[in-house]
Design a protein around this ligand. Structure first.
Ligand SMILES: NC(=O)c1ccc[n+]([C@@H]2O[C@H](COP(=O)([O-])OP(=O)(O)OC[C@H]3O[C@@H](n4cnc5c(N)ncnc54)[C@H](OP(=O)(O)O)[C@@H]3O)[C@@H](O)[C@H]2O)c1
Length: 165
């Protein structure tokens, strides 16, 4: 299973249930990685999408709300049900896509983390755990890129001992 996220230097990922930056290159990277695959997200992230579910992906939404409906997506309410659902797919085809509660819940089960690091600290209200403090080792990093006044790079981390599910 993979994790894919854009973070600041201090691992902020959102504010007011929105992303912190508009980076078309990062959105393109996310689309390339996840198209045709399975994306897992929390209810708040699902509701934050301008168009939902994301096209050409199998979407699984985790929600505590038993009445929550997400047309075109599969809603699950427990970790056990989530794992039962993703067992039907190849692990490398499954992407954990946020938000913070879902990243932190599933990080230790992921084999690979694709982390776009924006070289800034900005006001935010949502943060995730640092993958390097959760057994992930940096495997590769792109050159630094610039877009919309932001500098960022695409980093790939490998989890040396992912938890089994
Ligand atoms: N930078 C990025 O790459 C990126 C990507 C995605 C999202 N984001 C940002 O992240 C923020 C949203 O993150 P968030 O943490 O507030 O929300 P979230 O993780 O998207 O969704 C939280 C939802 O998941 C449910 N949930 C969590 N754990 C659960 C469990 N074990 N079983 C059942 N349901 C569970 C919660 O229910 P309860 O609240 O009822 O417990 C809540 O409804 C937004 O700002 C968004 O833009 C950033």
């Amino acid at each position: 299973m993979n994790l894919i996220v854009a973070v600041t230097k201090n691992y902020a990922i959102g504010k007011d249930n929105k992303l912190l930056f508009h980076l078309p290159l990062d959105l393109k990277f996310f689309k390339e990685k996840t198209t045709g695959k399975v994306v897992i997200m929390g209810e708040r992230t699902y509701l934050s999408l301008p168009k939902r579910p994301l096209p050409n992906r199998t979407t699984i939404v985790l929600s505590d709300n038993m009445a929550f409906e997400a047309p075109g997506a599969k809603v699950v309410h427990t970790l056990q049900d989530l794992f039962a659902e993703i067992k039907n797919h190849k692990s490398e085809d499954v992407f954990v896509c946020g938000g913070a509660s879902i990243y932190n819940l599933l990080m230790d089960f992921c084999d690979v983390a694709y982390v776009t690091v924006v070289n800034e600290i900005v006001p935010a209200d949502t943060y995730i755990n640092n993958v390097e403090e959760h057994g992930f080792k940096l495997e590769s990093s792109s050159e630094e890129m610039q877009e919309n006044g932001h500098t960022f790079s695409f980093k790939t981390y490998i989890n040396k001992s992912p938890k089994k599910f």
